[in-house]
Design a protein around this ligand. Structure first.
Ligand SMILES: NC(=O)c1ccc[n+]([C@@H]2O[C@H](COP(=O)([O-])OP(=O)(O)OC[C@H]3O[C@@H](n4cnc5c(N)ncnc54)[C@H](OP(=O)(O)O)[C@@H]3O)[C@@H](O)[C@H]2O)c1
Length: 283
């Protein structure tokens, strides 16, 4: 049954979730689009994800995003998982369909690629090999995106080699696993370097990576956005490499979510980016 009111609803389920910047971004878009609606943080305890997701449709929600710790657990709950989420092994976006069924996908890779293209319009995945540091969910989304864009080679380096090997085995294609000890040399000749580990985040140690082999023209990206400029990005900028921070990945994954939920494609404007940057810089 169609909801009788035109008030649009979506949210993010996480635990904790109140720190999430997603409501600020989505509520900016409601206003910008002139649509009546809201996007709310939903603090859902681990173990309560299934009833929470099943409540989306009766409550009139178009869907929700998922964040820690729910991204993997949702795979067992939704009625349909698309190929992207199956490949990445995690759901970032749930759609509550008109018939009440739940569809899960993952838009993180679209966010990563969309952001790179907006921030560095001349960047091309096929310009040369990429080095991806990390082997978690973020690494899977980044590898998927780079492969969709036609990267000729991915040198995948993770502290725990088994996780990188699993990605290489599942994804196939141009992924070559490089030992953690060889990560510095793995930067030789790359066109793109991406950190997907948690190293460099506020409260975490810096990523231990020497950039002396990295070509001066290589694009350096970090998917972390707290801080906006990680020590890796600062070091890359100081030696003249173009850099892209992780905020835009969060912003750009919202576009396909809106398309799925509301049939609208909002834009990542300078105003939105600056508003989010101010919020993050303010702590
Ligand atoms: N911008 C965005 O929209 C976006 C989206 C997704 C994630 N992220 C960010 O990306 C980061 C990773 O997220 P995730 O979901 O991929 O997390 P995850 O699945 O928990 O993976 C964490 C990664 O960090 C590595 N790591 C942790 N401690 C380390 C250490 N001491 N030395 C070396 N490597 C270490 C892990 O290596 P091991 O496998 O060896 O443990 C693993 O590769 C987080 O900061 C998250 O906020 C941002």
């Amino acid at each position: 049954m169609t909801h009788p009111d035109k008030f649009l609803l979506a949210g993010v389920m996480g635990w904790p979730v109140m720190h999430s910047r997603s409501p600020m971004m989505h509520n900016y878009w409601f206003e910008q689009q002139g649509l009546a609606g809201t996007y709310v943080p939903l603090a859902i305890e681990p173990g309560k994800l299934a009833p929470a997701l099943r409540a989306l449709h009766p409550l009139g929600f178009a869907g929700c995003n998922l964040t820690i710790p729910h991204k993997q657990d949702a795979m067992e709950i939704v009625d349909e998982v698309d190929e992207v989420a199956a490949r990445i092994g995690a759901i970032s976006c749930v759609v509550a369909r008109p018939d009440g069924s739940l569809f899960g996908t993952n838009n993180d890779w679209l966010g990563f690629i969309g952001n790179l293209k907006q921030q560095q319009p001349d960047w091309r995945a096929d310009a040369g090999p990429a080095a991806v540091i990390g082997g978690g969910g973020g690494a899977r989304a980044v590898c998927y995106g780079l492969m969709q864009e036609g990267v000729p080679e991915i040198r995948l380096v993770n502290r725990t080699p088994e996780r990188a090997q699993a990605i290489a085995a599942e994804f196939g294609g141009p992924i070559r696993v490089v030992a953690w000890a060889d990560r510095h040399d793995a930067l030789d000749g790359v066109a793109t370097l991406v950190n997907t580990t948690s190293q460099g985040m506020v409260g975490m140690p810096d990523l231990d990576l020497r950039l002396d082999r990295l070509p001066g023209a290589a694009l350096v990206s970090d998917i972390i956005y707290t801080p906006l400029e990680t020590p890796l990005l600062a070091a890359a900028r100081q030696r003249g490499n173009p850099t892209v921070n992780g905020l835009g990945m969060l912003l750009h994954q919202g576009i396909p979510a809106w398309k799925l939920w509301f049939g609208v494609e909002p834009a990542v404007t300078d105003e939105l980016r600056e508003m989010m940057e101010r919020s993050i810089a303010g702590g």
